[in-house]
Write a protein that binds this ligand. Structure first.
Ligand code: IFM
Length: 488
């Protein structure tokens, strides 16, 4: 990714605003929407579910905005049928959801038992999707690690990997006859670096060496889960993983070095083992003062390097880096609210700074840069020419305008989606093997450290009444999904 900067952004100057309409997507292109278990389900203590690290974190004062928790969230656990009807009314081809590990294996340890009520919930959900003609795309881990496993060390310890493989075998056997796409992990970058290094995400630890051990164990968990899913799924699902790529711009004399370092930590720490079966030498060198990587055992890289059918790509904005002079106040505009004392960049935290980027911005303060998505798709296609790609998340938080009749206008979100879909279409025209696009998110939901303050949904949720109201963007997306033509 370090090469993805100025020379590529030059290519997009022919259409700087990315505001095309009328573009026609391939007839088999998938249009879907995405959510995640802790962000929408609620019912946190029901039917045998035990706490995850996000229950503990959100109930710890000062961790989440306004003291918000996922106890109720969108109450999707009870409203799943009407939510599926809503998806059907929006013409969605596929629904990307995640399975809550602590609903299936509540303590994370198979020896403590599997929770049939949890399996039944997802089984009903999958059947309900199929009855409505919507393809189920299931993620095994979107950040809700059973608290019992964190108490035993969490992702920095190797036993968590085996527990994850056991859980994967259970869901593979229960649902693998009907799932369309299995995704092992969502954004392991966040789980490892924000959870164990920077501390803004659960479990909120500030341990740089533990963050790098977590990187490796998440990679290994991905490989072992693929093996377990393949061994137990009796249908013919596709297999994938979803990564949140950092699309980097550089500033100053040391721009290339700053980009190389962050690319190694953020992108290649996952793509190189998963898709090439190696950890890159520069990553090991950059982090050598933090860890000796002795947690990588013989055979691990071969286990991680399993074939996948599709690579999930999450993209929201770009990041601009430069070498820090060590004297000026350090800038850390990396898009993530840090807990004091933590770093998401082990080995490079005293070397690289993240500078403020030009706007416009979403409500998250993230810059809007559709050309970054095009750069990313081009770059991945060049690096991994035989790997089909799927945009598994893209979207934006904006404040809604609610009219007196209850209808919701969100023109900024429509504009954001149109520009990014234009970039996606451009990539397809250039020959990138892009199979689909999932908007984040179906519903306004629990936005992690920001609680319910940030609204990403194409459907508004009134968090007092839990009523759903499709926004203008949902109607716009319906036209796209139904026709395959980018609406004005
Ligand atoms: O809400 C998150 C999601 O859980 C993971 N990807 C980014 C989204 C927006 O921050």
């Amino acid at each position: 990714m370090s090469s993805v900067t100025s020379e590529h952004s030059g290519i997009v100057q022919g259409s700087p605003d990315f505001r095309d309409a009328g573009l026609v997507f391939p007839s088999d292109f998938t249009f879907g929407s995405a959510t995640a278990s802790y962000q929408v389900e609620g019912a946190a203590a029901e039917d045998g579910r035990l706490p995850s690290i996000w229950d503990t974190f959100s109930h710890t004062p000062g961790r989440v905005w306004n003291g918000d928790t996922g106890d109720v969230a969108c109450d999707h656990y009870h409203r799943w049928e009407s939510d599926l009807d809503l998806m059907q009314s929006l013409g969605l081809h596929a629904y990307r959801f995640s399975i809550a590990w602590p609903r299936i294996v509540p303590t994370g340890r198979l020896s403590d038992g599997v929770n049939q009520a949890g399996i039944d919930f997802y089984s009903r959900l999958v059947d309900g999707l199929l009855e409505r003609g919507i393809r189920p795309v299931a993620t095994l881990y979107h950040w809700d690690l059973p608290q019992t496993l964190e108490d035993a060390g969490g992702w920095p310890v190797r036993t968590t990997v085996d527990a994850f493989a056991d859980y994967a075998g259970v869901v593979g056997a229960a649902l693998g006859d009907r799932i369309h796409t299995w995704t092992t992990l969502n954004e392991p970058w966040c789980s490892a670096y924000l959870g164990y290094g920077q501390g803004g995400h659960a479990p909120g630890r500030h341990e740089p060496a533990a963050a790098l051990a977590a990187v490796h164990h998440l990679n290994l968990a991905h490989g072992k889960a693929l093996q377990a899913l393949r061994a137990t799924s009796t249908g013919s699902p596709e297999y994938s993983v979803t990564l949140n790529f950092h699309v980097l711009r550089g500033e100053g004399d040391g721009a290339a070095e700053a980009m190389r370092r962050i690319d190694a930590l953020a992108n290649r720490a996952f793509t190189s083992p998963m898709l090439r079966g190696v950890y890159d030498e520069d990553l090991l060198a950059d982090t050598s003062s933090v860890t000796d990587w002795s947690f990588v055992h013989d055979g691990d890289l071969a286990t991680i390097n399993q074939p996948i059918d599709v690579l999930g790509v999450n993209y929201y904005s770009t990041a601009t880096v430069r070498l820090w002079d060590g004297v000026s106040p350090k800038q850390m505009n990396d898009g993530h609210k840090a807990a004091a004392g933590g770093t998401a960049w082990p080995g490079s935290d005293r070397v690289v700074e993240f500078v403020q980027q030009p706007g416009p911005y979403t409500d998250m303060g993230w810059n809007i840069a559709p050309e970054g998505l095009l750069d990313l798709l081009r770059s991945l296609s060049a690096q991994f020419p035989h790997q089909p790609l799927m945009i598994t998340e893209n979207g934006a938080a904006f404040a809604d305008e609610v009219a007196p009749d209850g209808s919701v206008r969100d023109p900024l979100r429509v504009d954001y989606l149109r520009r990014h879909l234009t970039a996606a279409h451009r990539a397809i025209e250039e020959g990138v093997d892009l199979r689909g696009y999932f908007v984040w998110s179906l519903l306004d939901n629990f936005e992690w450290g920001y609680g319910y303050a940030k609204r990403f949904g194409i459907v508004r949720v009134d968090f007092d009444t839990l009523e759903r109201m499709p926004k203008a963007s949902a109607h716009w997306f319906r036209r796209l999904a139904q026709t395959g033509v980018l609406p004005a």
